[in-house]
Ligand binder design. Sequence first.
Ligand code: GDG
Length: 470
Amino acid sequence: MGRVVVVSNRVAVPRRGEAAAGGLAVALKDVLKASGGLWFGWSGECRKNPEKAPKQVRAAGIDYATIDLDPEDQKGFYAGYSNNTLWPLFHFRLGLMEYDRKEAASYRKVNRDFAEALLPLLGPDDVVWIHDYQMIPMATELRALGAKQRIGFFLHIPFPPWAVLSALPDAERLLRDLLAYDLVGVQTKRDLGGLINCFQDALGLAPDEDGGVRGEVAGLQRRTQLSAHAIGIDTRGFATLARKAAFGPETQRLAASMGDRSLIVGAERLDYTKGLPHRMRGFAALLKDFPEHLNRVTYLQVAARSRNEVASYRNLRRELDSLAGRINGDYAEFDWTPVRYVARALARDTLAGFYRAGRVGLVTPLRDGMNLVAKEYVAAQDPEDPGVLVLSSFAGAAESMDGALLVNPLDAEAMGEALHQALCMPLDERRDRWESMMRGLEEQTATRWAESFLAELEELKLPQQEMLWA
Ligand code: GDG
């Protein structure tokens, strides 16, 4: 196996005194360590006329190489095209999508800068694994510079069908960019369907019987394998974290403040894809339609602020502030606050303890590539007395988490009914549902995901590709 080179916009370079990273970073670090690998990306710093050559450090058996970006380029690339064009588009939110040619050009330029900085660091047998929507054109740029290495791409967010993607002025070009990869991976069968539909309808490319498409890149014929690889978490590690955190001061304080009321818990980045206003309306429907829960249940929502430089995120913050206030105004008693809304991040172990304390995990995005919170909530449960997951059918996680109560987040009353069912569910049923989900999570870990993607990339028959090149 060659050296693995991971590329992502942000790089989790370990810093002294920093809390343990999440499952994704851990899984990537495991495969990097095993192959003596390199992680390449943006340093997190902006400066005028940045150095072209990357800064390199080695930590805990992994090499890291990062570049700084020009502030204007970074703004157009990240806040602009990545998060204000591609993010809403890939989450089916055309009404929130904006488009600006200058930002599209910054996106291309940053991808080119990344490719130019990475190329001199690559050996001939390296296997390159590029991550997510910020980096789609990077393989095109690497191939244009002559890179012959195996290059894989994984998209963490949903892949919409052509009817949606075609709203983007650059849609065809972005699809052609994917043809520069040897393997393109998405989270779910539904996303794979979207990807195949785009290739067929936009470019007239139908997959062959092994699930690959053939196209031309930089004058050469290539074949790109398409497949789904559902991401997971470090299931055992998270379960242990939650078990320990349950005895920690924060979870104890939370439990004491709840008395004998039940807790419904949700936690995410404050992002419009996560359906937070809909979730609050669903909770309000529970209180309205099932008044037996009045003063018996509290909903705790942790919403870590994110992408504050994008206007739609600031608007969402205002909407949530007002909704939480209104629900509390309508239903609170002098000794009971129905919604506890914390608009900032909590420590990872605190969150794990809170998940475990939750009788219901409420995870209802409008669209989500996978949604790791759903998986973490299940992993955090006490096997003797597990809680119930209420999950949006539009989360990638819904494809594999058969023990969850699935809801359409747009239907507030249906969410209220699912919450009622979850709060009243007998122990036997809770255990059966939890066990079936936990079995899946123990098989589909983050490490398995990384290994299976890389195994597929490394096993692709590229001699065939060279014949095509000849
Ligand atoms: C993208 C895709 C896909 C949340 N609040 C706090 C906190 N978190 C942690 C969670 C979880 C992570 O952040 C969020 O992961 P998700 O998967 O739920 O969502 P995205 O950030 O949108 O991730 C998604 C994922 O990529 C991986 O492929 O599943 O669909 O959108 O680990 O626990 N962590 C801490 N404090 C918080 O307040 N420490």
